[in-house]
Design a protein around this ligand. Sequence first.
Ligand SMILES: Cc1ncc(COP(=O)(O)O)c(C=O)c1O
Length: 430
Amino acid sequence: MRFSIEEVCADQLDQQFEKLDFRDEFIIPKVNGKEAIYFCGNSLGLQPKKSRQYFNETFDKWGDQAVEGHFTEPDPWMNYHKQFTKTSAHLIGALPEEVVIMNTLTVNLHLLLVSFYRPTKKRFKILMEGGAFPSDQYAIESQVKFHAYRGEGKLFDPDEAIIEIFPEAGEETLKTEAIIEYINKHQDELALVMLGGVNYYTGQFYNLNEITQAAHHVGALAGFDLAHTAGNIPLQLHNWQVDFAVWCTYKYINSGPGGPAGAFIHNKYANDSTLPRFAGWWGHNEQERFKMQKGFKPMYGAEGWQVSNAPVFSMVNLKASLEIFEKAGIENLRKKSILLTEYLAYLIEQINTEKNRKIIKIITPDNPEERGCQLSLVIAGYGKQLFNRISENGVICDWREPDVIRVAPVPLYNTFADVFKFYTILKSCL
Ligand SMILES: Cc1ncc(COP(=O)(O)O)c(C=O)c1O
C-alpha cells in the first residue's frame, strides 16, 4: 500500500503531539455509525466523558441532601462557581479577582455595558466590527436606546451612535491600522470600542492589545466578546489593560449547550462601587449576604457583578472540561492548534493546486497570529451543496450565511489524521 507524504506527515505530527491528545477524554459523535470528523468545536464543544459522572453525583447529592448540598463537600453549591476562577483566569490572562463565571454571554454583555457604556452628550459612540455576531448587534443597539433615556438632554440614536467598520473593498478582514484610524477619527465622540476577539464569520483574531491602547489613548474604553477566543487562543487581558470582556464556555471550553458564561472586569474597577450596575444578592458582600439587609455593597472584583446564585447543573460539565484544560495547558494547546490549522490550510491549497484554480478561498487571515483554530472557506457558487455533501460523508462542521463553511480542528480532541481525512472527503466531494 502506498501512503502520500501528506498522510505520513499527519501520522508524524500526531506522534509528536501524543501528550496533547485528549481525544479519549471526550465522546466523539458518529455519522453513519462511524466516528465523525468533528470540526465544529467553534460552535459546540464535545462532551467530556467525566461530565456524566459529575452530573450524576450532583443529581444524587440533590436527592440525598437537598438544601444541605449548598454547604457540604465536595463542591458546596454556595461557592460552586469559584472552583472555575483560577483556570478560567489563566485561559484569558487575568487575575483571579478579575473573573467570574455566571449567566450566559449576552446577559453578561448587557450587565457589563450597563457599567461600562456611559455615554455623555459628546462622547456616546460605540465602534464595532460590521457584521458582528447578531446578538452583539442587538445588545448594543438596545443599550444605546436604553441609555437614550438617561442621556444628558440628548436622545441617542443607534444609527448615529454605532459606528460599524467593514473591510476595505476587495478585502475579507479588517486591518488593525484601519481600526485604529477609525478610533482616532472619532476620538472626541467615542465612548467604547467593542469587538469580537475572533470574528465568528471570518475567523480573524484582532490585535486586542493595540486596539485597547488606541481606545484608551483617545479616552474610550475597550471591551471584547471572546465567544470564539476563550479556550482557543491564550490572551493577556490584564496586561493589555482591557476594560471588560465576556465569553461563553460551550464552544472551545466544552461546557455543553447553553453552558455558563464568563465575565472579565479589569481590577482597576475592582473596588469601584460608584459604577452603575444591575445588582443582585449574589454580587453583594458575601459576609453579609444572609443578613438580608437593605443597601447593596458589591463584592470586590468581578464577583461583584453577579446577580443570582450559581446554576450548578449547567456548571458540572465545565468542571469536567476545565480539568482537562489544566492538564493540557492552553499555551501547549495553542502550539498544536497553530500546526493543525496550518496543516489544514496547506491541504486546502493543495486541492487548489491540483484543480489548477482557486476553487476554495480561505477568507481567514493567512498569518497564524491573526487566527485561532477556525478557517472560513468560500466555494463560489456551490458552497452550500458542498457543505451538504461533506456532511453526508462524515464531516461535522457548519455553514454560515451567506456563503461560508466554517471548519475548526480543535487541539484537545482533533488529530492531524482528522485533518487529512477531512481533506480526502473534501476533495472527493468537489
Ligand atoms: C460571537 C458570539 N457572540 C454571542 C453569542 C451568543 O451567545 P449566547 O446565546 O450564549 O448569549 C454567540 C453564540 O454563538 C457568539 O458566537
